[in-house]
Design a protein around this ligand. Structure first.
Ligand code: 6MZ
Length: 363
């Protein structure tokens, strides 16, 4: 496990509200319990529960949103989640989140995103680079990450980019509002759009106009695709040719063929797939087939809080389940860099970091 902790990694599929520490959720629940908004003991039981079906996971998200949807809390969890990823040597993080309207507390999608951006600025434990094409937060001049990741003495730095998620419960108008917000906030580190939410809810035709507009405007797009069997939707999504897809658990032979011929990178979330039972066990996970076919893939956490995992743990699982050694996983981490939604300069720097860490290990 230690090996994967010190290895520089990129995280491309992490939902903000799914990555909150349990300790923070319990603290927030206790405050709301005291105010009489919730019954703490009921909520505590749900937060501490480990094995959940896909349906239960989405019920848990509704609960988490009750605990976190407040500007100050959103700022706090954003800061904590970035610090948690940085502490395990994630050097590039694409954090995704669903902007939320909540008139009763004066929250709009824009103000929600404002709270997220505040959270990025509030990070103190590491230096954060989040503005594409411009100078970074903090005063890290000459800020090569290379010496920072392995020495332990210098300050660490992490690149952070934001993806705005469209929830499958949303209308076409709400989805479009999210895309327009992303365009408005482009200079502040918002680089793309994700389609997520309960996979048994909503229809492709509802989201398509907003996703098409996003792509026309030059935003990157990644889609949760095939998390449950839905051949019609999987086909439509592959026809759309997003820059990446997440999960791909329930593909049929034809769909694999199309995916492979299009070389669309897949964000793989092992623990999430097993916990939600979208894949029965790791020995039948599609990671192995995609890896052997040299198909582009990226190991990710999905919801490190909800599934009690970490990116290091996901690398550890892949190593154990598929018999991969350090050299192979360094190669996988290095290849992942090609699929980040950032410019070539960032990619070059990330590759140098991985190369330099690998050299130190003398593999
Ligand atoms: C689909 C998921 C997900 O956006 O409030 N989300 N959508 N499949 C999954 N697999 C388990 N895990 C998380 O983060 C929480 C939201 O991310 C999506 C759901 O819409 C969930 O409500 P944010 O920060």
């Amino acid at each position: 496990m230690e090996d994967w902790l010190s290895m520089p990694k990129v995280e491309l599929h992490a939902h903000l509200n799914g990555s909150v520490r349990d300790s923070t959720l319990l603290e927030l629940a206790s405050v709301l319990g005291e105010k009489g908004v919730i019954v703490f003991s009921d909520v505590e039981h749900v937060i501490r529960k480990n094995d959940r079906s896909l349906t239960e996971v989405f019920r848990l998200f509704d609960l988490i949103h009750i605990l976190t949807t407040d500007h100050k809390v959103i700022t706090r969890i954003t800061k904590e989640v970035i610090e948690d990823f940085a502490s395990e040597n994630v050097v590039y993080l694409e954090l995704r989140t669903t902007p939320k309207n909540n008139a009763s507390i004066g929250m709009s999608k824009r103000s929600y995103l404002g709270a997220v951006l505040e959270g990025i600025k509030a990070v103190t434990a590491v230096d954060v680079a989040f503005r594409p094409h411009s100078s970074d937060v903090g005063s890290q001049k000459n800020s090569s990450l290379i010496n920072h990741t392995c020495s332990g003495s210098a300050r660490k730095k992490i690149y952070v980019r934001i993806l705005l998620s469209i929830d499958r419960r949303e209308t076409t108008e709400a989805a479009m509002e999210t895309v327009k917000l992303a365009l408005e906030m482009r200079d502040l580190g918002v680089v793309g759009i994700d389609l997520s939410g309960n996979p048994i809810v909503g229809e492709w035709v509802t989201f398509f106009p907003a996703l098409k507009f996003a792509r026309e405007q030059g935003l990157y797009v990644t889609l949760h695709c095939g998390e449950v069997p839905n051949p019609k939707e999987i086909r439509a999504m592959l026809d759309f040719q997003p820059q990446r897809i997440g999960h791909a658990c329930c593909f049929e032979e034809e769909e694999w063929k199309t995916l492979k011929s299009l070389s669309i990178p897949v964000e793989i979330c092992l623990t999430s797939n097993i916990r939600t039972n979208t894949i029965p066990s790791l020995d039948v996970h599609h990671f192995a087939d995609l890896y052997n076919a040299k198909h582009p893939l990226v190991i990710c956490t999905d919801d490190s809080g909800v599934f009690s995992t970490s990116l290091s743990n996901e690398y550890n699982l892949a190593a154990a389940a598929f018999g991969l050694g350090k050299r192979e996983l360094f190669q996988l981490a290095r290849n992942s860099i090609d699929f980040v939604f950032a410019d070539d300069g960032v990619k070059r720097e990330l590759k140098e970091i991985v190369n330099s860490a690998e050299k130190k290990l003398d593999l």
